[in-house]
Design a protein. Structure first.
Lengths: 460, 333
């Protein structure tokens, strides 16, 4: 008989894993006990509490084996495209071609957390003049220099324009150290001027036709460059098929979010949901397997919802979470304080929305890129967050600042003002460094206070 | 006549002037005390001060901001949230070699033109625009020649004066005043000033250099005279006025925001050769990632010593600057 849904430690997972194996658990090639990643240096795992389902085991193993997958792809002679900053757009082009793998070097921002700073990546960035006043994504610089976390890509792309200064500056530093970058422009999304023709974006925002045409031109250039790198032509039908598969991932994730965030008792913890959401942007370097991982998770969540069970008590405060965290431990912490995540804006809402299929593929991708919440005004993002919070029945919001990130200096104030003004709900703004141990007490106090306010409001 | 303020070097004042409106370069008095209401942590004090001044100054009718950096874009949005003052966001493409980047800058200028017309301006003919450009170009050239002979503070103020009051003809009275009343430039160790924009209070940097025995031969701060638009080339071709603006502004002004930003370093190498500077004082505002990230590369490739000076709201500017300038001069002694 399966144990009740629960969050368990790494040690407890070892016992659970042995039991599952004894029961005949079948795993993909990257499977195995989670504790083996600890032996590889992923020290943070020993501080986290994981979901106890086989679906979660598969998710974690999939996430933590991405480096192996990338190096294997290199050995197999596949073309590797490093796509930076756009969060979900360029990989769809890369995966349209066979034997091509795309990944986000940006993902290295979690390395200092996962390895509890033992990787030395931030120290390397420091030595390159990119100190702690920059976003933790600076770890990417060290990762490129050491070559230990991913192979050097055959093509490196980066979106700039309406992007955060940190990333743009760090990528420029990378370029100056000898990693050529294909830069492409994403302009800030703006309302139409009087008389300008408008186009509707995924998510519902309207933007001028001229902006869509410009970004479509950027997509054409990227498609050409990817084709050149792979020695193949990226045809329209390849792209259409790739968009179809991307929509399959997005559809699964949409269902997963709907089931998990709307359920009375959270069927899956916030940390696993964060990792699952991240799959939509980069597929962990294997899109087919991403589908399988998400299908497993969705099936598990549906089973739990049908049984009325979950990993947290139903009375947990329903909290909406804004921005991804540099330390995954923060998500556990909210739950320890009596909260649960009931909705999120992890800065890549455009990677969750369905890509239009009734327009030419490159234009569809351009529309998606322009729908990025980070390329528009913070006020628009705040409006979207409020609408999402209302639909999710959120009782409070956590705005999680990323240390040093340029957008975090002002957007928190705008988002908090909108939430308080439109929904009259409590908001707390916290900063989550790559390892939160030093600020754990203050974070716990603030998150607990937020949960207490929610419970007080319920009693009133 | 309505006044349209701007604070970014990629906004051409002659474009505003040609529309029959008064352009005004916005130079904040200071970076503030650091105790202002609203968000300050992580926010570039210059971006904040400029956006705040644009919105609060009753003498300004509209503000043209740019997306040159995320700090500017977001600080402007924050400051303008509860203001009815018209604000125009001009996008200056960062990926300067991407297809369509130059065309987009031109399209953005044309969009700005339509905004200026809605504000009460009049669309200029090509000849009117070229005339305005020529006046500014001549005035900048006159000022550049004069700047070589007067103290750095006076040269900076004269440049700001030009950007605030316009050229007013080929031989403007303000330039005569500078030439007539200007003190001679003090001799000293030649220094190149590079980096983010200065406030009026920040001009103390220039005084400190001269007091310490230096001589500012090039002021290439973001709102300094050395990073102004290129001189207007011959206009015999059929190129539109906006195309000339693209060539003299977008293609010419050295700035770290471009991707890639090699042009900044090419320009710097050429300028160092020409001006014989023996040291670089590098100015950046705390939380300005674009300039900050260049420091290590600059130090690695500069043939002359580089000293870093970071400025923040609430600083005792004179004391901090004095110490850093002294450090630079000692390195060069």
């Amino acid at each position: 008989m399966s144990p009740a849904p629960a969050q368990i430690t790494l040690g407890q997972w070892d016992e659970r894993y042995a039991a599952l194996r004894a029961e005949g658990l079948r795993e993909p090639s990257y499977g195995g006990p989670l504790s083996r990643h600890l032996a590889d240096g992923d020290r943070r795992l020993s501080c986290l509490r994981f979901d106890n389902s086989p679906a979660a085991l598969r998710l974690w193993n999939f996430l933590l084996s991405e480096e192996d997958r990338l190096f294997a792809a290199r050995r197999e002679g596949k073309t590797i495209i490093g796509t930076m900053k756009d969060l979900g757009t360029v990989p769809i082009m890369a995966y349209a071609l066979e034997d091509t793998v795309a990944f986000y070097p940006d993902g290295a921002w979690w390395q200092p957390c996962v390895m509890e700073l033992s990787d030395g990546l931030l120290a390397r960035a420091d030595a390159m003049g990119i100190d702690e006043s920059f976003c933790p994504v600076r770890a990417m610089l060290g990762a490129f220099e050491t070559g230990e976390h991913f192979p050097a890509p055959d093509l490196l792309t980066c979106s700039v324009g309406a992007t955060c200064d940190d990333f743009s500056a760090i990528a420029q530093r990378l370029s100056a150290t000898g990693f050529p970058i294909l830069w492409w422009e994403i302009p800030p999304r703006r309302p139409c001027d009087p008389g300008e023709a408008a186009i509707r974006l995924p998510g519902g925002r309207r933007v001028s036709r001229s902006q869509v045409a410009f970004v479509t031109g950027q997509m054409q250039h990227l498609a050409w460059a990817i084709g050149q790198t792979c020695g193949k032509r990226l045809r329209r039908r390849h792209l259409a098929q790739s968009i179809h598969q991307a929509n399959r991932v997005r559809g699964l994730l949409g269902e997963l979010r709907e089931e998990a965030y709307r359920a009375a008792a959270a069927p899956l913890g916030a940390m696993e949901m964060l990792v699952a959401e991240m799959l939509a942007i980069h597929y962990c370097s294997d899109r087919d397997e991403t589908v399988a991982v998400l299908e497993d998770l969705l099936a598990e969540v549906r089973r739990r919802v049908a049984a009325g069970t979950g990993v947290l008590e139903a009375a947990a405060a329903r909290v909406y979470w804004v921005n991804p965290v540099a330390d995954l431990r923060a998500m556990n912490l909210l739950e320890e304080c009596g909260g649960r995540v009931c909705g999120t804006d992890y800065m890549f809402g455009h990677a969750l929305a369905r890509i239009p299929t009734n327009v030419p593929p490159l234009e569809a991708l351009a529309r998606m890129a322009l729908a990025d919440p980070m390329v528009g005004p913070a006020g628009q993002r705040a409006e979207d967050i409020c609408a999402d919070m209302a639909a999710a029945g959120a009782e409070a919001a956590v705005i999680s600042r990323i240390p040093g990130a340029s957008h975090c200096a002002t957007e928190g104030a705008v988002i908090a003002e909108e939430i308080r003004g439109r929904l009259a709900l409590p908001v707390v703004e916290i900063e989550v460094p790559p390892v939160i141990d030093a600020v754990m007490a203050s974070l716990k106090t603030r998150l607990s206070a937020l949960v207490e306010r929610v419970k007080e409001r319920r009693e009133r | 006549m309505k006044t349209v303020a701007y604070s970014c070097p990629f906004v051409p004042p002659e474009w505003i002037a040609a529309h029959g409106l008064r352009p005004r370069l916005l130079v904040p008095a200071s970076l503030g005390t650091g105790a202002e209401s609203g968000p300050t942590a992580g926010l570039c004090a210059f971006a904040r001060a400029a956006a705040q001044a644009a919105v609060e100054d009753g003498a300004i009718d509209a503000y043209v901001a740019t997306s040159l950096c995320d700090q500017r874009r977001r600080a402007t949005e924050l400051a303008a949230r509860h203001s009815k003052k018209p604000v125009f966001m001009l996008h200056v493409p960062a990926a300067c070699r991407a297809p369509g980047a130059e065309a987009m800058y031109i399209a953005e200028l044309q969009r700005l033109g339509r905004f200026l017309v809605r504000l009460g301006g009049k669309e200029p003919s090509r000849d009117e625009l070229i005339l305005a450009m020529r006046r500014y170009s001549v005035a900048r050239a006159s000022l550049a020649a004069t700047s070589a002979t007067i103290p750095a503070r006076q040269a900076a103020e004269a440049y700001w004066n030009l950007c605030e009051n316009g050229p007013a003809g080929d031989a403007p009275p303000w330039l005569w005043a500078v030439q007539r009343e200007g003190k001679p430039k003090p001799p000293g160790v030649p220094i190149l000033l590079l980096g983010g924009p200065l406030t009026r209070e920040g001009l103390v940097v220039l005084d400190c250099i001269e007091q310490a025995g230096g001589c500012v031969v090039v002021n290439a701060t973001e709102n300094g005279p050395a990073t102004a638009a290129a001189p207007l080339p011959p206009v015999h071709t059929k190129a539109s006025g906006a195309q000339f603006l693209m060539r003299t502004y977008y293609r010419h002004i050295p700035h770290p925001f471009s991707r890639p930003n090699d042009w900044l370093y090419e320009w710097l190498a050429a300028t160092l050769t020409k001006c014989h500077a023996r040291g670089i004082l590098f100015i950046r505002h705390v939380w300005c990632d674009l300039w900050h990230a260049e420091l290590a590369r600059l130090k690695a490739c500069s043939p002359v010593p580089v000293v870093d000076l970071d400025l923040a709201a609430g600083d005792d500017t004179a004391a901090r600057v004095g110490g850093r300038v002294q450090a630079l001069m000692e390195m060069l002694a």
